[in-house]
Design a protein around this ligand. Structure first.
Ligand code: BV8
Length: 235
């Protein structure tokens, strides 16, 4: 059977081979920071300078990293897959875009976007937000990282849940399955009758919920999966 409708969920593991640190590994991004000190609205209210610096450093590092074979393979799938496809990423880097993905949704926001809490405008932003530069739209010094923090509603949930309800194949790549609601997507896909596949370096918190699991680096497993899917692409 070919899979006309695919939903792919990616996490920090797909960017690991590009040199972007994951969150919960031994050298995890949260290393030196407690999540509640840098990735919650309360943290931003309590210590805006610390939170701005945490994201400024990660935004600046994007210039030093490049998409890896997994990002490029998903870009190829996006170009060549004739059926429905939605790539939902928890990642806030721009490596999927630079790898060629277009049917893409950043459910946890993006490092390269700034959000004005005064006028609600969003702006592509490549520089620092420390020092609260003026909003290009309203001039208020009220820009924050356009990132979904813990306790905030992820972006695109309606579109994601619609895609999951209709999909024939759900693939999770490089995510530890510890953050909701993303960690629950496999259940939604199973309830829709989709086949579910997990690609990860190690078993995750949700591995048992997948029909099939492949262990290994994304840079190896994702190109192989894309070749497999395109060989069976629907006419
Ligand atoms: C919300 C942005 C509700 C910040 C992030 C039950 C239901 C609903 C919510 C909850 C719930 N229980 C608890 C909650 C609250 C909370 C939550 O899930 N907490 C957890 C910790 C228990 N969820 C939320 O707050 C979410 N919001 O629920 O809102 C709501 C309702 C109404 C009104 C308002 C609100 C929001 C969650 C989003 C938080 N923001 N990121 C930032 O990036 O700085 S989460 C953060 O974790 C990142 O986005 C990251 O992507 C995400 C998940 O981590 P992973 O991507 O999986 O990365 P991790 O390091 O954990 O794992 C890496 C994996 O890669 C590993 O498995 C490893 O084996 C693998 N790997 C490594 N190398 C490779 C590899 N795989 C392949 N190849 C390799 N080379």
């Amino acid at each position: 059977m070919s899979y006309p409708r695919i939903v792919i969920l990616t996490g920090a593991g797909i960017s690991a081979e590009s040199g972007v640190p994951t969150f919960r590994g031994p050298d995890g991004l949260w290393e030196g920071h407690r999540v509640e000190d840098v990735a919650t609205p309360e943290a931003f209210r309590r210590n805006p300078a610390l939170v701005q610096a945490f994201y400024d450093a990660r935004r600046a590092r994007l210039a030093e990293v490049r998409p890896n074979a997994a990002h490029l393979a998903l870009g190829r799938l996006d170009r060549e897959w004739p059926g429905d496809l939605l790539i939902v990423t928890q990642n806030v880097d721009d490596l999927h875009e630079r790898g060629g993905a277009r049917r893409l949704l950043h459910m946890h926001g993006e490092l390269l976007s700034a959000w004005c809490t005064a006028c609600d405008a969003r702006h592509r932003w490549t520089g620092p937000l420390a020092g609260f530069p003026p909003c290009p739209a309203c001039s208020a010094r009220a820009l924050r990282p356009d990132i979904v923090w813990f306790g905030e509603m992820p972006y695109g949930m309606d579109r994601i849940l619609d895609a999951l309800a209709a999909c024939d194949l759900f693939v999770a790549i490089g995510t530890s399955g510890q953050v909701y609601p993303a960690a629950g997507f496999v259940e939604t896909a199973r309830a829709a009758g989709a086949r579910t596949l997990e690609l990860n370096l190690d078993p995750s918190a949700m591995s048992e919920r997948f029909h099939e699991r492949r262990l290994g680096p994304a840079g190896t497993l994702v190109p192989a999966l894309v070749d497999e899917l395109l060989a069976r692409a629907p006419a």
